[in-house]
Write a protein of this length. Structure first.
Length: 301
C-alpha cells in the first residue's frame, strides 16, 4: 500500500496523456457498441465477436482507470505495469480486427434492404470502431519502453510481441478448426502440435510477467524465455516447411484452389490462412529473439 499521507485519488490517471487516451477508449468503445445495440444491429459469429470486443475492452479499461484513479491497483498482487501494457496491446489487436470485420460484413452504401437509418448507424459504429483502435494504439505508443528506460517487460518490444504471437496463434487455430483437414497426415498434426505448444508457453510467459513471478530465485526466468524463443523459432521453421508441402504439393494436396470448393467452407482456404500466419508468427518469433538479447526483465512494476 502507498503512504496514507498523500492524496487518496490520483488525478494523473485521467489528466496524463495515457489517462486521456484511456478516457477516449471508454468513450469510443461505449459509443460503438451502443450504436450497434440501439439500431445498427449485428448477427452471426462475426457480429457477436465485434460486440464482445467492444464491451470487453470497455469493461477492462473502466477497471484500469478506476484502479489508477483510486490507487487501488497498489492493493492487487499483480505487476500492474505488465498487466496494463499487455492489455493495451491485446485491445489494439482485437479492436483493429473488429474495426475491419464489422464494416466488411455489415456496412453497405445503399439503403436497401436494411433501410437508411440502420445503414447510417452502422457507418457511425464503424467510424468509432476505427477511432477505438487508434486510441488503444496510442496508449501502446505512449507506454512502450524507450531506450535506456527501466520499465515493465510487457512494455518492451519483446513483451508486446508475445501478445501478438498469441493473437496470431488464435487466428491459426480458428482456421484449423474450420475444416482444414489437418488430421489427414502425421506431418500436419506435428504442425498443430507446434502451434499449440508455442501458444501455451507464450501465454505462460505473459501470465508470469503479469503476476510478477519473474524474479523467483529458483527459476532463471529471463534465460528460460530466451531459450524458449530460440526453440519456438526452430519449431516454426519446421512448420513453415512441412505445412505448405503437405497442403499444396500435388502429391499430398492441391497447389490450386479446387473449382467446386464452396466459399467459406473450403479446406484449401483454411490451409492457406494457416500457411500465411505460420510465416507471420515465424517472423514475429525471429524479431522477438533479436530483441530479447537487448533487454533485462523487471519483476514487478
Amino acid at each position: 500500500m502507498e503512504s496514507t499521507g498523500g492524496p487518496y485519488l490520483s488525478t494523473a490517471a485521467v489528466t496524463s496523456p495515457v489517462g486521456i487516451a484511456r478516457l477516449l477508449q471508454m468513450t469510443f468503445g461505449c459509443t460503438a457498441f451502443s450504436l450497434v445495440a440501439h439500431q445498427g444491429g449485428f448477427s452471426a459469429a462475426y457480429g457477436t465477436f465485434c460486440m464482445f470486443v467492444w464491451t470487453f475492452c470497455f469493461a477492462v479499461t473502466v477497471f484500469i482507470v478506476t484502479c489508477e484513479f483510486t490507487r487501488l491497483h497498489s492493493c492487487l498482487s499483480i505487476s500492474w505495469g505488465n498487466f496494463t501494457a499487455a492489455f493495451a496491446m491485446l485491445a489494439t489487436l482485437m479492436s483493429v480486427t473488429a474495426a475491419v470485420i464489422y464494416p466488411l460484413y455489415f456496412v453497405q452504401l445503399g439503403c436497401y434492404p436494411i433501410g437508411c437509418e440502420v445503414r447510417d448507424f452502422r457507418i457511425a459504429a464503424s467510424v468509432f470502431a476505427g477511432l477505438l483502435f487508434v486510441a488503444y494504439a496510442t496508449e501502446v505508443f505512449l507506454t512502450r519502453a524507450k531506450p535506456g528506460q527501466v520499465t515493465s517487460y510487457m512494455a518492451t518490444v519483446s513483451g508486446l510481441l508475445k501478445i501478438v504471437q498469441a493473437f496470431v496463434a488464435c487466428i491459426i487455430f480458428g482456421a484449423l478448426v474450420n475444416d482444414s483437414q489437418y488430421g489427414k497426415y502425421v506431418a500436419t498434426q506435428w504442425c498443430v502440435a507446434v502451434y499449440s505448444f508455442c501458444f501455451v508457453v507464450t501465454v505462460v510467459v505473459v501470465a508470469f510477467s503479469v503476476t510478477g513471478k519473474t524474479a523467483l530465485p529458483w527459476f532463471p526466468f529471463e534465460r528460460s524465455v530466451v531459450v524458449y524463443t530460440f526453440g519456438a523459432v526452430l519449431l516454426y521453421v519446421s512448420a513453415a516447411v512441412i505445412w505448405p508441402v503437405f497442403c499444396f504439393d500435388s502429391k499430398y494436396g492441391s497447389p490450386r484452389r479446387p473449382g467446386l470448393c464452396a466459399k467459406g467452407r473450403c479446406p484449401w482456404d483454411s490451409q492457406l490462412v494457416v500457411a500465411i500466419f505460420t510465416y507471420v508468427n515465424l517472423l514475429l518469433y525471429v524479431v522477438d529473439l533479436a530483441y530479447s538479447q537487448r533487454i533485462r526483465f523487471v519483476s514487478h512494476l
